[in-house]
Design a binder for this molecule. Structure first.
Ligand SMILES: Cc1cc2nc3c(=O)[nH]c(=O)nc-3n(C[C@H](O)[C@H](O)[C@H](O)COP(=O)(O)OP(=O)(O)OC[C@H]3O[C@@H](n4cnc5c(N)ncnc54)[C@H](O)[C@@H]3O)c2cc1C
Length: 390
């Protein structure tokens, strides 16, 4: 059994950590206020190849896997969680379904632009009436004039304000059973009939845009159907299976940042003539944070390794997302407490980390949804005499 990253992954981690500390961390507070990632930083992320980390080399990407993309998202999120999710959503919510379900023609057309960062991608599943219950989507796609006409509103789209390409889940077959009603489409954001609506004002990850997309008689050619008509629900679930590993890596990066900041502060801030780190009550918080982070890291990278090696990663990925996200919120709470009054104020990063951590328990499947996936796995394993869960 080998729990170590291999040499390539270790080198990537080293490179990304240096890059994130130098280029991403210094502007995190400013980005939080500005509510956007600057074009200058996006260019640097693109030059590092981070928009094409999982895209095969033939389409201009790095051809690496989920362990590599998890390292990228962890290290960038450790420096700035909003920038981390820009990368994670692009790679796991837009690139991934095109890799999984796209035709050769679609891959040739879209992947090179996504790999270079010339185009940023996003995924539109959620609607006002369909969140966790994704199958209740009513955004409609109808066949017209040899193509598809899309009408309806999608909300809460990460990267929705920056993206050039959106993968949309739409209702194509309302008369059949719920699991067969929906289909995926690729839509270029400058297509007539698609407008960007409300940009959400959020508690945290404020530099990541979260937008509404409004489709009004938005026509795309027949060849923009992604994958198989009627398979949209299962394709979306498969996409989210991988996406939640990205969010677990984001949560891990946030939790690690909480520990970094807290330990540094505990070593320098003095009360009663000694540093905070000398007090047992503070030590216990640091210890609990370190244990939670170490356990999260095992789950995140095990899920990523299972995905890269063709294993069944859905159950472990749900565990990683659930545990890492709840750990990041706990660590952020501890960080604010360790910083005391300064933790509650903007001059120190603890309050931003607390605001950023919470979303990891909500998007790409809430903690309640992850518990459903895990419980389903447990019950199935019990029926099979515990042979299918490792
Ligand atoms: C910042 C941000 C970014 C996002 N990015 C994207 C994106 O890129 N693309 C996209 O399509 N969507 C995105 N979302 C949407 C996100 O995935 C949904 O908000 C999430 O899935 C929950 O859906 P909902 O908000 O409608 O809550 P609801 O589904 O209404 O759930 C409300 C509460 O009820 C619980 N609940 C619901 N059903 C059950 C059940 N059966 N059993 C037990 N509890 C249940 C939920 O866990 C939650 O606690 C984003 C949201 C935010 C806030």
């Amino acid at each position: 059994m080998d729990f170590e990253l291999d040499d390539d992954h270790r080198a990537l981690q080293h490179e990304l950590r240096n890059f994130a500390e130098k280029e991403v961390a210094p502007g995190a507070e400013e980005r939080d206020h500005a509510g956007r990632v600057s074009d200058e930083l996006k260019t640097k992320l693109a030059e590092m190849g981070l928009f094409g980390i999982t895209i095969p080399e033939e389409y201009g990407g790095a051809g690496m896997g989920c362990v590599a993309s998890s390292i990228v998202v962890e290290e960038i999120s450790r420096a700035c969680a909003g920038t981390g999710v820009l990368i994670s959503a692009h790679n796991s919510l837009c690139v991934e379904p095109i890799l999984l379900f796209g035709s050769d023609e679609q891959k040739q057309k879209y992947l090179p632009k996504l790999a270079s960062g010339e185009w940023i991608g996003c995924l539109a599943l959620t609607e006002a009436g369909s969140g966790t219950d994704m199958g209740a989507a009513v955004c409609r796609a109808e066949q017209k004039n040899g193509g598809w006409e899309i009408n309806g509103n999608k909300i809460f789209i990460t990267n929705g304000g920056d993206a050039s390409l959106v993968v949309v889940l739409a209702l194509t077959d309302p008369e059949v059973k719920k699991s067969r009603r929906l289909s995926f489409f690729i839509v270029e954001v400058d297509t007539p009939g698609l407008t960007i609506g409300k940009l959400e004002k959020k508690l945290g990850i404020r530099c990541s845009t979260t937008a509404e997309h409004i489709f009004e008689n938005c026509c795309v050619p027949e060849q923009n159907l992604l994958g198989t008509r009627g398979k949209g629900t299962s394709q979306a679930l498969a996409t989210l299976d991988g996406g939640r590993i990205g969010i677990s890596a984001q949560a891990l990066g946030i939790a690690q940042a909480c520990l970094d900041e807290s330990a540094r502060y505990a070593n320098t801030r003095e009360q009663f003539g000694q540093t905070l780190g000398r007090f047992q009550a503070i030590q216990h918080k640091l210890a609990d944070m370190a244990v939670g982070i170490a356990a999260s890291r095992e789950l995140v990278y095990r899920a990523a390794w299972l995905k890269d090696t063709g294993g069944d990663f859905s159950y472990t990925g749900a565990m990683a997302k659930l545990f890492a996200s709840e750990t990041s919120s706990k660590c952020a709470n501890h960080a604010v407490q360790i910083f005391g009054g300064y933790g509650y104020c903007e001059d120190y990063p603890a309050e931003r980390l607390l605001r950023d951590a919470k979303i990891t328990e909500i998007y790409e499947g809430t903690s309640e949804a992850q518990r459903m996936v895990i419980a389903r796995g447990v019950l199935a394993a019990a029926e099979a005499n515990w042979e299918s869960v490792v």
